[in-house]
Design a protein around this ligand. Structure first.
Ligand code: AMP
Length: 476
């Protein structure tokens, strides 16, 4: 099936063709005709499947006629993170370049003034994170009366971030009859309930993980004692032809510690986590995208859904405690048919988390050794906390905080002041007790992600890209 069979206008087709897309992805094939027919949609799909274009392309045609009045957007797209919201806006720029649609991006961490101006000018498409949108609504700067098209994207992520009450509040302001699309990578009960409440006879579409992405990622697991992880990471980076890499930590304060350590060792590295202010986040991302920074140490919250073309490597400095995060992380490389490499550094006590990842994948991760640190083995699964389901707040040790989105931390008390002065960790607290050992105290209290989606078979290709000094230790 080609794009021309989906019912899209010539101007959209032209932009799509200029974007270099030859064929619609499965979600685009199924969703676009339904959306053009005016149906509500419940899409079970994650990033990397082409889901953004599955709603932006038909929206451009549906909203093609008519103009927005000042402060009264005609459509609304809710996104859980600022980066995702900014990406969606870029999609409208790319696909809508032959139309006159106006967009406004309302995200936290940036000044209200420019956002007021855009709202006053009239926005056909409003793309927003829930906290900042409610700020504007409460100030009377935006009215929802004219919204006839609504997209709730990454609904399960909104749930994890505690945004659902805000989303429900926003939905209560939309009084006009509207078409609604809801996308979620997983369908926990709360999201199902939300869909039952706000969608009318939706067409349900489920697409699997973007296996072509995962297929193109060569993966390896390196088991090293915790105290050696930083040295092992440096050895790995030096051994590889790293064009650019994302390095994932489970906690934002570890992002800072690892970043500083890499810089101290002469690496060209930046850091990205949810407590940084928006300008820093965007600036760092832009530098990474423009190849001005080669390594980006980041947390899941900051990196979720980022669409950065041509990332050659992903390093999991920490094993994700939620197995599905592994798939999201390694999906940042090997995008758009390019090959990618994903290395995971596991400490012996990470056995249960690796087991959960392998259970989800239905395959074992190929093992590799770094000669200088060879010999460590994963400990058997303890049977407790298999890296599935939501983390318990009670598990968080005192003084430690799993990363929460800045949007929510600020959203608790919405004010200009809160936006301008994002909560930061005290530098003192960020200092590791022992510089030698990147690990401090308990490993609990990490990001909570939610239910495990059905990714089907995530293929773990044989890793013949392991460098010479890495000896394959075979599968167990
Ligand atoms: P998404 O799932 O929306 O985050 O999209 C993932 C990536 O796929 C983005 O880089 C898109 O530009 C790209 N993409 C979307 N649709 C297509 C398509 N039909 N053909 C090729 N690439 C696509």
């Amino acid at each position: 099936m080609s794009f021309t069979e989906l019912g899209l206008s010539d101007s959209v087709l032209r932009a799509v063709s200029e974007a270099g897309y030859e064929q619609p992805t499965p979600i685009q094939k199924q969703a676009i005709p339904q959306v053009l027919m005016g149906r509500d949609l419940l899409g079970c799909a994650q990033t990397g499947t082409g889901k953004t274009a599955s709603f932006t392309l038909p929206m451009i045609d549906i909203l093609g006629q008519g103009r927005a009045k000042a402060r009264m957007p005609r459509s609304l797209i809710l996104e859980p993170t600022r980066e995702l919201a900014a990406q969606v806006e870029q999609n409208f720029e790319t696909y809508g370049k032959y139309t006159k649609l106006t967009t406004a991006l309302l995200i936290g961490g940036v000044s209200f003034t420019d956002q007021f101006k855009k709202l006053d000018r009239g926005a056909d498409v409003l793309i927003a994170t829930p906290g900042r949108l409610l700020d504007h609504v409460e100030r009377g700067k935006v009215l929802m009366n004219d919204v006839s098209f609504l997209v709730i994207d990454e609904a399960d992520r909104m749930l994890d971030m505690g945004f659902i009450p805000d989303v429900e509040k926003i939905l209560s302001f939309i009084t006009k009859k509207h078409q609604t699309l809801l996308f979620s990578a997983t369908m926990p009960r709360e999201i199902r309930r939300l869909a039952d409440r706000f969608l009318t006879e939706p067409k349900e579409i489920t697409v699997g993980a973007p296996s072509s992405v995962v297929d193109t990622v060569e993966q390896a697991l390196v088991v090293v004692p915790h105290r050696d992880k930083r040295a092992a990471l440096r050895a790995l980076i030096r051994s590889q032809e790293v064009k650019n890499a994302l390095i994932f930590c489970n906690r934002k304060r570890d992002v800072g510690v690892l970043h500083r350590s890499l810089v101290r060792h002469g690496f060209d590295a930046g850091a990205l986590h949810g407590d940084m202010d928006q300008f820093q986040r965007m600036d760092t991302l832009d530098k990474f995208k423009a190849d001005k920074i080669r390594l980006l140490v980041c947390s899941d919250v900051a990196a979720r859904g980022l669409d950065i073309a041509g990332v050659s490597h992903v390093f999991n400095f920490d094993v994700p405690t939620h197995a599905e995060d592994y798939v999201h992380r390694i999906g940042r490389t090997g995008r758009a048919g390019r090959s990618g490499h994903a290395f995971t550094l596991a400490a012996p006590e990470d056995g249960k988390y690796i087991a959960a990842i392998e259970r989800l994948a239905g395959k074992e991760l190929p093992r590799a050794d770094i000669e200088a640190f060879a010999g460590a083995e994963l400990k058997e699964e303890s049977g407790k906390g298999r890296g599935r389901g939501r983390g318990k707040a009670a598990e968080k040790p005192a003084g430690e905080k799993a990363e929460k989105p800045a949007e929510k931390q600020q959203g608790q008390k919405r004010s200009d002041k809160a936006e301008k002065q994002p909560k930061r960790e005290q530098p003192k607290k960020e200092q590791p007790k022992k510089e030698k050992d990147g690990r401090r105290g308990s490993r609990r209290g990490r990001d909570s992600i939610g239910d495990v989606p059905d990714y089907g078979d995530v293929p773990f290709g044989e890793t013949d890209l392991v460098p010479a000094f890495l000896k394959r230790s075979g599968t167990r």
